[in-house]
Design a protein. Structure first.
Length: 259
């Protein structure tokens, strides 16, 4: 089962890129973030014509997440528990079935800037809510994958110039500490489980020729429960997609499970 997480940065703006990628790369499951579309406005029929089932949790002009699956998909839930009154579309779950069932959680974690401030407080509170959900899903002892744009640079080697991010919400100690608290529940970072060296990134700003200078950061992650980690056979970053015409500022991150 090949699973990819991809912050598409606007499904309408990148619709051609998305369709070409789905046809060429053929992920079994694609977890999309920042679709920036309502459920009604998502190009469902066109994606279904490519062989994918589609589930979305959309929001007009901002945020929004989606799960596209070539495999049977059921038990879809929308919204991260514990957020009464929180109307930001940042979380969707579904179970997909290959040779065995895998629970997929697609997330778009809050950016948190400017920090300190209300947006940073919201980020940390959201991560604590996620921690509670992770703990609950780990307790099921099922394979679960938490994939998405985490807006967290876990370690200095995950940035070309970590000093440039020292005061940014993505790299503040509180954000990295909250990320480690997720890992300490028993999750495995799929990419770091297969690649140890620095210099691998998933996001490059549009400004200042960041991609051409490889001035990137790694903020898109696939975290696996122990049962999913036992199935992991490979993980990689599809950097080449960033070099295309009018690309997203993120690129897909992949994990392959023997499922």
């Amino acid at each position: 089962m090949k699973i990819a997480t991809f912050n598409i940065n606007g499904v309408r703006a990148r619709f051609g890129i998305l369709c070409e990628w789905l046809e060429r790369a053929r992920p079994d499951v694609a977890l999309l973030q920042e679709i920036k579309s309502t459920d009604e406005g998502f190009p469902r029929a066109e994606i279904e014509d490519l062989g994918y089932r589609v589930e979305t949790h959309g929001q007009k002009s901002f945020n929004g997440v989606a799960i596209l699956s070539r495999l049977p998909m059921e038990d879809v839930t929308r919204g991260l528990p514990g957020g009464e009154g929180d109307d930001q579309a940042r979380w969707i779950e579904a179970t997909v079935t290959g040779s065995r069932a895998v629970r997929l959680c697609c997330l778009y974690l809050p950016n948190g800037n400017p920090a300190p401030g209300p947006k940073f407080d919201y980020k940390l509170a959201w991560m604590e809510r996620m921690r509670a959900r992770v703990r609950a899903l780990i307790a099921t002892e099922a394979p679960v994958v938490f994939g998405g744009d985490y807006n967290v640079i876990p370690q200095a080697e995950d940035a070309r110039r970590p000093e440039a991010w020292a005061q940014d919400a993505l790299f503040l100690p509180e954000s990295r500490r909250a990320f480690r608290r997720l890992l300490h529940l028993g999750l495995t970072d799929a990419f770091r489980a297969t690649t140890a060296e620095p210099g691998h990134y998933t996001f490059w700003d549009y400004q200042g020729g960041a991609f051409e200078r490889d001035d990137g950061i790694r903020i898109d992650h696939l975290l696996l429960t122990p049962q999913a980690a036992d199935l992991l056979s490979g993980a990689w970053i599809e950097k080449e997609l960033r070099a295309g015409e009018r690309p997203s500022d993120h690129v897909p991150v992949w994990a392959e499970l023997d499922a």
